[in-house]
Design a protein around this ligand. Structure first.
Ligand SMILES: Nc1ncnc2c1ncn2[C@@H]1O[C@H](COP(=O)(O)OP(=O)(O)O)[C@@H](O)[C@H]1O
Ligand SMILES: CC(=O)OP(=O)(O)O
Ligand SMILES: [Mg+2]
Length: 392
């Protein structure tokens, strides 16, 4: 497909967007609306800060379109729009052309991803109104995990829940994981279908995925994006009896516990900061809570790497991506400490070297290649959008 795809990644409190030229597979322009609903909200279009105070997603998207109109480039060449949708449930395991019925289905799945799907839907609605004549394609975070076998996606709960209520592990960050695991195989110079990797997507949300021969076989997030690793504001794994315990001893309601585990836990809950840079700053200044939060974060990642090593049997690559995984050498060091018996370690000098490029950070000749691969969810969404439209 030639032409241009406008990709919208509408998150719970942000909108990321990029205009991609499909002939050259390059981004022509892009930006970010951050902290929607807060006083410090802002739109940064192609590196230039152009708007403050964005009340909600609808306003944010309108500001994005206005920024293109005012500062360029023109959106006249757009031939399709690609939308990131976090939860596709059991229904969507491939990208799909959006119509009213698909919109309704995404709405029905929303209870499974309450932080994400409603925002994704809002983006779709505003964009469909703004570009009524163009095809809109939904690309799902869950889709890549459709290959996880039953023994890894089934919860040991009453089978009626599994059969009738859609209770199972779905997994997320699939678009990112597909992109970086393919890039990792290319960097190793091996066919994608022959490479086993453990992908650590460490951003605001964080997940680990075991990829066997290019297919996801297990992942740390579950029915919702709350399970698994420690995240900025999400707890990751806790004892499933915790909500009932809090109800009993603290009289907390289920909705309050759910909000606390999603928005007031993780790094933020443990040390008062959810931005990884701030957590390190606190720890370096002697803050014990921040130090502990980092230890918990690192230990959790190592435990998942160990588990997925066992699941895969043989691992060719460990791949770090996401805002934290790409930028924090200290987190990568923490996350690989003590794993040398598994052949997993980072070379201090390689790991510390800053770069925006995909690169090897393990020592020469290491048994497992440790890589940093910057993710590009927007390019992957644009490519999947184009492929979906070509297949008709
Ligand atoms: N140089 C850095 N060192 C440590 N953490 C960083 C650095 N740069 C960005 N981050 C972290 O990346 C996280 C955001 O990751 P990102 O993948 O962009 O998030 P999102 O899930 O919103 O897409 C923030 O916690 C931020 O602190
Ligand atoms: C699914 C998920 O956690 O996404 P994000 O990291 O963008 O919050
Ligand atoms: Mg993200």
């Amino acid at each position: 497909m030639s032409g241009q795809v406008l990709v919208l990644n509408t998150g719970s409190s942000s909108i990321k967007y990029r205009l991609i030229d499909m002939a050259t597979r390059t981004g022509l322009a892009g930006g970010l609306v951050e902290r929607i609903g807060e006083d410090e909200s802002a739109l940064v279009h192609d590196g230039v800060r152009v708007e403050r105070r964005v009340a909600d997603h609808e306003e944010g998207l309108k500001a994005v379109l206005a920024a293109f109109a005012e500062h360029g480039p023109s959106l006249d060449g757009v031939t399709a729009l690609g939308h990131r949708v976090v939860h596709g449930g059991s229904r969507f395991v491939t990208p799909v052309l959006i119509d009213d019925a698909v919109e309704r289905a995404i709405e029905e799945i929303a209870p499974l991803a309450p932080l994400h799907n409603p925002a994704n839907l809002e983006g779709i609605r505003v964009a469909r109104r703004a570009f009524p004549g163009l095809p809109h394609v939904a690309v799902f975070d869950t889709a890549f995990h459709g290959t996880i076998p039953p023994h890894a996606h089934t919860y040991a709960v009453p089978r009626e829940w599994t059969r009738k209520l859609g209770v199972r592990r779905y997994g997320f960050h699939g678009t990112s994981t597909a992109y970086v695991s393919r890039r990792a195989a290319a960097l190793l110079g091996r066919p994608y279908g022959e490479v086993n990797s453990i992908v650590l997507h460490l951003g605001n949300g964080a997940s680990a995925t075991a990829v066997r021969g290019g297919r996801s076989v297990d992942t740390s997030m579950g029915i919702t994006p709350l399970a698994g690793l420690v995240m900025g504001t999400r707890s990751g794994d806790v004892d499933p009896a915790l909500p009932a315990y809090l109800a009993r001893v603290a009289g907390m309601g289920l909705a309050d516990v759910d909000t606390a585990l999603n928005k007031e836990s993780g790094l933020l809950g443990m040390c008062g900061a959810n931005d990884m840079r701030e957590v390190w700053r606190l720890a370096d200044a002697g803050d014990e809570d921040a130090r502990l939060a980092l230890d918990v974060y690192g230990y959790r990642v190592r435990a998942y790497v160990g588990a997925y090593y066992a699941a895969l049997g043989h691992v060719d690559a460990v791949v770090f991506t996401g805002g934290v995984g790409e930028n924090s050498a200290r987190v990568r060091a923490l996350a690989t400490t003590g794993l040398t018996r598994l052949g997993i370690e980072v070379d201090p000098a390689r790991n510390a070297a800053e770069s925006a490029e995909a690169r090897v950070v393990s020592p020469e000749g290491a048994e497992v290649t440790v890589l940093v691969v910057p993710t590009n969810e927007e390019l992957e969404i644009a490519e999947q959008t184009a492929a979906c439209l070509e297949e008709g």
